[in-house]
Design a protein around this ligand. Structure first.
Ligand SMILES: [Zn+2]
Length: 223
C-alpha cells in the first residue's frame, strides 16, 4: 500500500510568488458562452489561456536557467525527475540570522542518487509578506558543494529560493545546476513526509527553451 502526498502550491490568477515579478494571468480564450456557436445545442467547452512566468508556484529549475548551454526543462529524462528515491532533511532553522543551512545539516544523510528535500517550514509564510521578506532559509555554498559531490540528483526546498537572495553569485544554483542536479523550489507539506521510504516526482512538461517550469511535485509514501 502507498499514499500520495501533494508537495505543490496551487497557482491561480493574480497570485504572487516573488514580490516584483509578474503574476499569472488566467483567462478564457474560448468562453463557455462563446463556444455555444461552435457545438451542438447543450454542448459547451471552455479553452483557457494563461500567461505565466516560468518561476511561478512550485517549479523545477534546469541547467539552462543558469547556463546558456545547459539543458532546458524538455531535456530532463523522466528518470531524472520521476520515481526518485527520496530523503527529507529537517532544517527548520527559521528566518533572520539563523537562516543559512550548511553542509553539517546533511552529514549522515545518504543522498547518493536521491532527491534530497530540505524541510525548512518556510512554506507556512507562503503568499504572506514574510515569505519574500528577504529572511527565507537557504543553502550555503558548502551545502550545495556537499550535495553535488555526494551524488544527489535533485534538491528540493520549501522556501522562497534555494539561495540567499542577497548573494548575487547564487552559489547553490551555480553549483547544483552546474553539476546537473535539478532544483525544485517553493515546495510545501514536507512535514508530512517521513525522512525516508518514499518516491519523489516533479515532472515538467516538455517545453523547449524554458529553464524553469511549474511542476506538480508529489511523493508516494510506502505505508
Ligand atoms: Zn531556482
Amino acid at each position: 500500500m502507498a499514499k500520495l502526498v501533494d508537495l505543490s502550491h496551487e497557482i491561480e490568477h493574480g497570485m504572487v510568488t516573488y514580490r516584483g515579478l509578474p503574476s499569472p494571468t488566467i483567462s478564457d480564450w474560448l468562453s463557455r458562452d462563446a463556444s455555444t456557436a461552435r457545438y451542438a445545442p447543450g454542448t459547451t467547452f471552455q479553452i483557457g489561456k494563461i500567461e505565466l512566468l516560468a518561476n511561478t508556484g512550485t517549479y523545477i529549475d534546469a541547467p539552462f536557467h543558469r547556463y546558456e548551454d545547459g539543458r532546458d526543462v524538455a531535456g530532463y529524462a523522466l528518470e531524472a525527475v520521476a520515481d526518485l528515491a527520496g530523503v527529507v532533511v529537517r532544517a527548520t532553522v527559521g528566518g533572520g540570522a539563523k537562516r543559512a543551512i550548511d553542509a553539517a545539516h546533511f552529514k549522515g544523510a545518504d543522498v547518493k542518487g536521491k532527491a534530497v528535500l530540505v524541510h525548512t517550514g518556510w512554506d507556512k509564510h507562503w503568499r504572506s509578506d514574510t515569505y519574500s521578506s528577504g529572511q527565507h532559509p537557504f543553502l550555503t555554498k558548502d551545502a550545495a558543494e556537499h550535495l553535488a559531490r555526494s551524488g544527489a540528483i535533485l534538491v528540493g526546498i520549501d522556501s522562497l529560493n534555494i539561495d540567499d537572495d542577497k548573494d548575487g553569485t547564487r552559489p547553490a544554483h551555480t553549483i547544483l545546476l552546474g553539476a546537473g542536479v535539478a532544483i525544485v523550489e517553493h515546495m510545501t507539506r514536507l512535514a508530512d513526509l517521513p525522512e525516508t521510504g518514499f518516491r519523489f516526482f516533479a515532472v515538467p512538461p516538455r517545453v523547449r527553451g524554458m529553464g524553469s517550469f511549474p511542476v506538480r511535485a508529489f511523493a508516494r509514501v510506502d505505508t
